[in-house]
Design a binder for this molecule. Structure first.
Ligand code: FAD
Length: 290
């Protein structure tokens, strides 16, 4: 099933993102997490693509396995990092052979030890080049891409970033998923500006329930997302009480999602970090509401 057919403001879908575990126990835990989340009827799940090394093959294997063994629609993330176009063609061919229908086409971050992104010889500099390549090669994937309500960390300005996003969408994206954000105002403003310049594909908000404040501070430093002052202060107050942090994180994300749904989003994508309880609590509350 192509994800674009599931993104519908009158029946929004919930989706869950995972990363490929490094160990067999990790994979067993992940499949258990999936089992726990299955009753929430996710529209799809997605599996991230590592910066390099052995987990990259695991993305392909895991997506194929989830599709085969759980019946849940699964999307593979794919990045340009370290790959030539021939390698990317081969990887895309393997995904198509495994009957994977959905791909999140990304550039990827600079590899560890590098401050700026440099393509390998014969590789791609921007995600839009990968998207164009996939379309020109006639792969029949439904294609998603990444977008940044607060602007990508490398961009000179949000408007410039949005213009680059328009080029990427025009190259052949069916939908985009946002970087995580904790303040919905960024999302609503972003969607309005995107529509104004003719970006008409579904823009799925990406939500990460905070379950560990230090980890979130690390992420937000890397991706540039703003933690609203009030939430930051509340987190500071309970940071030494792990359960209270989770409760606050779940409460905040639930309120965020309720507002997003009431204003007609086509779906909500949850960054689960391979843990189900927080996402389960939030989605259960959202389902109870409808
Ligand atoms: P691009 O769209 O290529 O943009 C990168 C930068 O280049 C932006 O600043 C943009 O404004 C600029 N730009 C684009 N085109 C041009 C141009 N023609 N000229 C000049 N500048 C240009 N990373 C992983 O490694 N694995 C994952 O699985 C993964 N999953 C993700 C899922 C989501 C939903 C999101 C939001 C991000 C994910 N990332 C992942 C992170 C992502 O790879 C990084 O944010 C990366 O730095 C940018 O990737 P991109 O596809 O957005 O790049």
């Amino acid at each position: 099933m192509k994800i674009r057919n599931r993104l519908n403001p009158s029946n929004p879908c919930f989706s869950f993102e995972f990363f490929p575990p490094k160990t067999p126990e990790g994979t067993t835990n992940l499949l258990k997490t999936l089992e726990e989340l299955a009753p929430l009827e996710p529209g799809f799940v997605s599996v991230t693509y590592g910066a390099g090394g052995s987990t990259r093959d695991k993305t392909l294997d895991l997506v194929a396995r989830i599709k085969r063994e759980t019946g849940i629609e699964a999307m593979a993330h794919l990045t340009c990092v370290g790959h030539t176009r021939e390698e990317l063609r081969e990887l895309l061919g393997r995904l198509a052979d495994a009957k994977v229908e959905n791909v999140l086409a990304l550039r990827g971050d600079p590899p560890q030890g590098q401050t700026t992104y440099e393509p390998v010889e014969g590789g791609f500099r921007y995600a839009s080049e990968l998207v164009r390549f996939i379309r020109e090669e006639d792969f029949n994937f439904c294609l998603g891409g990444a977008c940044y309500p607060e602007g990508h960390v490398e961009t000179a300005s949000r408007d410039e970033d949005l213009r680059r996003l328009k080029e990427k969408v025009d190259a052949g994206l069916d939908f985009v998923i946002t970087q995580l954000f904790f303040d919905n105002a960024f999302y609503f403003d972003f969607v309005e500006r995107a529509r104004r310049i003719g970006i008409n594909v579904p823009i799925v908000p990406g939500i990460m329930p905070i379950t560990n404040f230090e980890q979130v501070q690390r992420f937000t430093r890397l991706c540039g997302a703003t933690v609203p002052m009030r939430l930051g202060l509340q987190m500071e107050r309970v940071k030494d009480q792990p359960e209270a942090v989770v409760q606050l994180g779940v409460a905040h994300a639930t309120v965020q999602c309720m507002e997003l749904l009431s204003r007609g989003v086509p779906g909500i994508h949850f960054y689960t970090l391979n843990k189900s309880p927080a996402t389960r609590m939030i989605v259960s509350a959202l389902r109870a509401r409808s």
